[in-house]
Ligand binder design. Structure first.
Ligand SMILES: Cc1cc2nc3c(=O)[nH]c(=O)nc-3n(C[C@H](O)[C@H](O)[C@H](O)COP(=O)(O)OP(=O)(O)OC[C@H]3O[C@@H](n4cnc5c(N)ncnc54)[C@H](O)[C@@H]3O)c2cc1C
Length: 468
């Protein structure tokens, strides 16, 4: 059988070394093995033959032109915190790590814009921007993630209700095409009706169309105060039913999260401490910003009235900064807590907000039918539901064998409620087997045509989102 891709030989390593420099390349096994996976729970490791860590755009351009000509697969990688196997090199070859392109090039206070290299971490960007009295207001969970990774996955997170997702903050890009050409899209402006919008096509393309080498980001200012409320309910349906009414209030919360009791018990074990109201079946956590405490408290008193009409017990607002931090910390620890609890998979279906409760109820029925427990939490304010099938009461082999059937049924349910397979993590290689549940052949076919137009030799992150 004809090999799809050329192997990386000693000669090729020499040529790559000339392109990126001796200090920016490694074939050392102890290093390549560390680039074989991301944070996807059931990730199958794929070890690259070589890692390159270029420090400038022109080296990336030369590298991609070379890889395209030689037909060597190249997998872009940020911090490797992805949850869909997007940065794992499933055909081996080159991992192109952007970690050394990590400079904040400009913070333009007049235009509310930051220009950054892709390897800048979310944490660095947020702190630098805040020092200038501005804000990059997104909070997609993992602050060690890179901006390049956030752009490539169109990362979302808790603050999406008020501030949207990554694509709403990307004004322009510099990107290298798989053929080695460099393109510049957009600019320091918020409006543009000039041709096809390649910026937004590359955002969310999971490193399959181009390597992002510079990002122009929209910044904002934020209100001075922030507060969080925890609202326990007797059941999830009641909690979710309150959300549309909360969103109809004139002030928009930063985030509305939901959690069910099963998750709370797992987090308590992980943190080794009790969480407030832990005996209740479901919770809403509402994050709100305002110019003054009284403005926020007035908002929460309206929320309290709405929630009580839906059977809530009360609205708990932590009295101290420490209690507030502990509550937010517990929310942040959900994923690591579940990961440490048992083998599990992660689902990030998004459905219309009004359908969350029905969708979660259907998922519970599916879990019963398959006799495989599934716990749920997520972003109630934007319809993004995180589900974790957990391996309990059966062997790992048995669970692995049955999991794809459970996953198919869950995705079918999500799509039947008007939803999509991924709200924020992307398809990667983890979910590509399920994409046809949502997309018909015409839709898939136009996406493949776009991929071929960008990447005629199919060398850039091949085997992600779909197979050609
Ligand atoms: C505890 C935890 C919580 C999380 N919470 C959230 C959350 O709330 N919301 C959310 O959206 N995500 C969340 N994530 C997922 C993850 O942090 C995001 O997907 C993030 O955007 C990945 O960034 P990264 O730098 O780690 O990218 P990687 O994992 O390295 O790569 C992700 C994808 O981007 C591509 N890529 C990376 N850099 C570039 C580039 N410069 N050019 C082109 N393609 C590139 C890769 O090829 C890959 O397809 C969470 C992850 C963890 C571990």
């Amino acid at each position: 059988m004809k090999r799809k891709y050329r192997r990386v030989t000693h000669q090729i390593i020499e040529e790559l070394t000339t392109i990126v420099g001796r200090n920016n390349i490694s074939t050392n096994k102890s290093e390549t093995e560390g680039y074989a996976y991301d944070e996807t729970p059931l990730a199958i490791p794929h070890v690259p033959q070589v890692i390159v860590r270029p420090t400038d755009t022109s080296s990336i351009a030369k590298l991609l032109a070379f890889a395209s000509e030689k037909r060597i697969p190249v997998t872009p990688r940020g911090a490797g915190t992805g949850l869909s196997g997007g940065c794992t090199p499933i055909y081996g070859g080159i991992v192109l790590s952007l970690e050394r392109m990590n400079r904040i090039l400009e913070i333009d206070r007049d235009n509310f814009v930051a220009i950054v290299e892709p390897g800048v971490t979310l944490s660095d960007l947020c702190s630098q921007v805040e020092r200038q009295g501005l804000s990059y207001p997104l909070y997609p969970g993992e602050m060690t993630a890179t901006i390049g990774g956030n752009v490539a996955t169109n990362a979302g997170g808790i603050n999406a209700v008020k501030y949207g997702v990554t694509r709403h903050h990307v004004l322009g890009l510099e990107a290298v095409l798989p053929t080695g050409e460099i393109i510049k899209t957009g600019g320091k402006f918020v409006k543009c009706s000039t041709g096809y919008d390649l910026t937004q096509l590359i955002v969310g393309s999971e490193g399959t169309l181009a390597v992002v080498t510079k990002v122009i980001l929209k910044l904002t200012t934020r209100p001075a105060k922030g507060e969080v409320a925890l609202i326990p309910f007797a059941n999830l349906q009641n909690a979710i039913n309150a959300v549309p009414e909360i969103l109809r209030l004139k002030m928009t919360p930063t985030g509305i999260e939901f959690m069910e009791r099963g998750i709370i018990e797992i987090v308590e074990k992980h943190l080794d401490r009790e969480l407030p109201y832990h005996d209740y079946e479901a919770f809403l956590m509402i994050i709100m910003e305002g110019e003054s405490e009284s403005e926020i408290y007035e908002y929460f008193s309206k929320v309290d009235q709405i929630c009580k009409q839906h059977g809530a017990i009360e609205t708990m607002i932590p009295g101290t900064e420490r209690a507030k931090r502990e509550l937010l910390d517990a929310r942040e620890k959900l994923y690591p807590a579940i990961r440490g609890f048992a083998p599990m998979e992660i689902v990030d279906v998004v459905v219309p907000r009004s359908e969350i409760a029905k969708f979660v109820r259907r998922v519970k029925e599916i879990a019963e039918e398959h006799k495989m427990p599934v716990v749920a939490y997520g972003h109630a304010g934007d319809g993004n539901v995180h589900l974790h099938p957990i391996c309990l009461n059966m062997s790992k082999e048995e669970w692995n064998r049955r999991l794809p059937h459970l996953m198919s049924d869950i995705y079918r349910a999500g799509v039947s409620f008007g939803g999509a397979i991924s709200g924020e993590h992307g398809i990667g290689c983890d979910k590509k087997a399920y994409l046809s549940i949502q997309m018909d052949s015409a839709h898939l076919s136009i996406m493949k045509t776009i991929k071929r137009a960008f990447d005629p030799n199919n060398i850039l992150n091949p085997g992600k989102i779909f197979d050609l």
